[in-house]
Ligand binder design. Structure first.
Ligand SMILES: [Mn+2]
Length: 362
């Protein structure tokens, strides 16, 4: 573990290095914890990546000439060739922290792929998001503050894995955890058009780019009181209400007929918030045994989120996505029990009927 910390810190301390991270709770906070491992004077360039840009084509051009790149929570199973192109465009090496099964094959030899699940701290974990892994490296250094623990809880809630990591937060006050849940949820349920999507950028600015904040660890209260955080949390009540309302709609759908008799629900929802992921997870937690698929029309395509209840070991939902033609997708990836995709608008109908067929066979 100390070797990994040394490799990350060493790479990021070189001139011209950068961190690219998914612009959601896990990605933002993974970048935050990576920066916390560094001396405050040496924060590298920070590049938020939206889900729609997961093909990494733009990023390769933009990053050409960058020395070392740390890539966080950018699902490399969805962008296999894009990762290789990106890695080859660097003058230094690519370090990826990712807990997905698919591994790109044609990377330059200097690349480092870290799967936290394969390390001692990750043993027996099905999921180990980069944010929580980097928090564990920080904890190993013995320099975590109450704010770090609060932000790790934000990441765990935002990523939907808090229950699996509950033992990390046993000493945290109930009201602090409530606040963390609300912030994690509101970051991941961000709106496409409301002011809160600008607030997300402010949150990133607040958490990441102010060197002084990193140097002088923020008090939990200071984070909770910051204007950007308050604005994001103000969206939380609206997002939660929307998630509950849409989950009701999902659960009212008639399940499709499956070979094994397992419940499978496919539902298309509409919202001004980007909530397909939250609606899918929420509906999944409200059915006894089965599979939920939620589709939501977005600006650049249709977001699709697939979830399986914990009692089932099949179907492998990621395989369902990966068996479909790659030409249909802007991005796709995830885990066998929880995965997602952005489907090109023109391929949405073909995708939907292929999904019905695939789920009918389970
Ligand atoms: Mn993410």
């Amino acid at each position: 573990m100390k070797d990994i910390t040394r490799a990350i810190v060493g790479a990021l301390s070189e001139d011209g290095s950068a961190i690219a991270f998914h612009q959601d709770a896990d990605g933002i906070l993974a970048a935050y914890f990576a920066c916390r491992l560094l001396p405050a004077s040496g924060i590298p360039r920070l590049i938020p990546v939206e889900t729609e840009n997961f093909d990494l084509a733009d990023l390769s051009a933009y990053l050409s000439g960058t020395s070392n790149l740390l890539m966080l929570d950018i699902n490399i199973s969805s962008v296999e060739s894009g990762v290789a192109t990106l890695a080859h465009s660097l003058t230094g090496s690519l370090i990826v922290i990712d807990d997905h099964d698919q591994r790109p094959t044609d990377l330059p030899s200097a690349s480092i792929l870290i799967d936290p699940r394969s390390l001692p701290t990750g043993q027996d974990r099905e999921l180990f998001p980069p944010s929580l892994f980097l928090f564990s490296l920080l904890r190993e250094q013995g320099i975590t503050t109450a704010s770090d623990t609060y932000l790790a809880a934000v990441a765990a809630f935002g990523e939907g894995v808090f229950d699996r990591f509950r033992d990390w937060f046993l000493t945290v006050d109930r009201t602090v955890l409530d606040s963390a849940r609300s912030l994690g949820w509101s970051i991941n349920g961000y709106s496409r058009s409301s002011p809160s999507s600008d607030s997300i950028r402010d949150v990133i600015a607040t958490l990441l780019t102010r060197t002084a904040d990193l140097l002088l660890p923020l008090a939990v209260e200071a984070i909770q009181d910051s204007r950007a955080i308050k604005e994001v949390q103000a969206a939380d009540a609206r997002v939660s209400a929307e998630v509950n309302r849409l989950s009701d709609t999902v659960l009212r759908q008639a399940p499709i007929q499956t070979k094994s008799g397992v419940t499978a629900i496919i539902c298309r929802v509409q919202s001004n918030y980007r909530v397909a992921n939250l609606v899918a997870s929420n509906s999944r937690s409200r059915i006894v045994s089965g599979v939920v698929a939620v589709e939501q029309k977005g600006e650049k395509g249709t977001w699709v989120e697939l979830r399986r209840t914990r009692d089932l070991v099949e179907p492998n939902l990621l395989d369902v996505l990966l068996r479909m033609p790659s030409a249909w997708f802007i991005a796709r990836g995830g885990h066998p029990m929880a995965c997602g995709a952005t489907v090109k608008s023109e391929a949405t109908d073909k995708f939907s009927s292929a999904l019905v067929d695939a789920l009918a066979r389970i």
